[in-house]
Design a protein around this ligand. Structure first.
Ligand code: SDX
Length: 377
């Protein structure tokens, strides 16, 4: 047994992995050894997902087959759509997503995780179907019928199609695809860890993904992107940034979108998202939120930079999604439809050499106490 309790397992390795690498001091992120900047510029979500899952760039035929498999598994059973219609349309989309991902498992007998062919089918279904579930809830809560997935569109283009039922704009597709690449994987983040704890009992992959969705939904993790935009809207103008942020710092209130357990410099994904935002602004006009966000970054770094607190991936992503016309509470589900690739990569890797996660605790209670009868309490 380790000799000391480490809050939040900070700095404690819980596995060995070849899937991604972070250097928190230098601001480096690599997927299978490839720098995130290179993948954001040159790759697609489909190709990046393949790289994460199987550790190599796919040859043309492999990529075409993987892409075709995803396209042909985008539809969900009508029961999933009926389930969405039965749940409150005021629900948070992450709660709907978690319920539906678990429900997916009721349709597919994936309980034998030693069956590699079934595991492959589960990975394809989860990556292919999460966007359909997210888009279906968006349509249903507006009173519309879900839009059927199209097999002639890429992963990102099809997601935007199902959200809007309009031919997606090429710039919006490219920007969405880069966002999905950026959010696909990030070593042992909380949602990946939560999924792997579930996986370690040999639970089925739909339960693994459902656990991970639940973990991602929290504001300290994937839920921060939504909170950032709420904060920026509340600040309202560049002039109000300094007093607003300095008050949060004085009150020791967590500022959303900044700080990170690993990065002690600016998250390398943040400047890529800033450039995406700027590309969007050149076509669709600037977002007032962006200037406010830039001033928030300046004030935060001025006060907290010395403590290693800088913008993380969630700080600018919401501004991009907002400019794409995506509703605020759908920002984290977009994080999930991307990160499911990383969750599944780690699941496959763990199933090769699984060991049950069962940590210890340091007991601080008492021992051997007597029973106290009711009349004496
Ligand atoms: C993601 O893990 C991953 O890889 C996650 C992710 C991924 O791709 O999977 O990168 C995605 O989840 C990004 C993070 C999104 N969350 C937020 O933006 C929420 C706001 N950030 C914080 O809550 C915080 O920074 C955490 C939770 C992200 C990390 O916090 P830690 O590592 O537990 O740090 P800590 O609580 O020990 O704080 C250390 C110090 C404290 O000051 P002191 O008490 O020592 O004086 O830094 C301060 C904290 O008060 N601090 C902050 C702060 N984050 C840390 N102060 C103000 N605002 C913040 N956001």
């Amino acid at each position: 047994m380790a000799d000391a309790y480490v809050p939040g397992l900070e700095g404690v390795p819980v596995t060995e992995s070849k899937i991604s690498f972070i250097d928190g001091k230098k601001g480096i992120l690599e997927y299978r050894g490839v720098p995130i900047q290179v993948l954001a510029e040159k790759s697609t979500f489909e190709e990046t997902a393949y790289l994460l899952l199987w550790g190599k760039f796919p040859a043309r035929g492999e990529l075409e087959q993987f892409d075709q498999e995803l396209r042909s598994h985008r539809r969900v059973k009508y029961g999933i759509l009926d389930l969405i219609k039965c749940l409150p349309n005021t629900s948070h989309p992450m709660d709907i997503l978690q319920a539906c991902v678990a429900a997916l498992g009721t349709y597919y007998s994936a309980r034998d995780v030693a069956d590699k062919e079934e595991n492959h089918r589960s990975v394809i279904r989860l990556i292919a179907k999460l966007p359909t579930i997210v888009a279906a809830f968006e349509r249903i809560r507006r009173g519309d019928e879900p839009v059927r997935p199209r097999d002639d569109l890429s992963h990102s283009a099809n997601f935007l199609w199902m959200l809007t039922e309009r031919e997606p704009d090429p710039l919006a597709v490219r920007i969405m695809d880069v966002c999905l690449v950026l959010h696909a994987e990030h070593t042992m983040n909380a949602s990946t860890f939560g999924g792997l704890v579930t996986a370690s009992t040999l639970a089925n992959p739909y339960s693994v993904a459902s656990s991970a969705v639940g973990v991602l939904s929290g504001p300290l993790h994937g839920g921060a992107n939504e909170e950032v935009v709420i904060m920026l809207r509340e600040i309202g103008s560049v002039e109000k940034v300094r007093p607003y942020i300095e008050e949060l710092i004085r009150a020791k209130t967590r500022i959303m979108g900044v700080g990170h357990r690993v990065y002690k410099v600016k998250d390398p994904r943040a400047p890529i998202l800033q450039r995406l935002a700027e590309q969007l602004f050149s076509q669709k006009g600037e977002s007032p939120l962006y200037r406010i966000a830039s001033e928030v970054e300046r004030v935060v770094v001025e006060h907290l930079g010395a403590k290693g607190i800088y913008p993380n991936v969630d700080f600018y992503s919401g501004i991009v999604y907002d400019k794409l016309g995506i509703p605020l509470d759908q920002f984290t589900p977009i994080f999930a439809i991307s990160r499911v690739a990383g969750w599944m990569a780690h699941w496959l890797e763990q199933m090769e050499r699984n060991r049950l996660f069962r940590p210890e605790e340091i007991y601080t209670g008492e021992h051997d106490l007597p029973y106290i009868p009711l009349e004496r309490r």
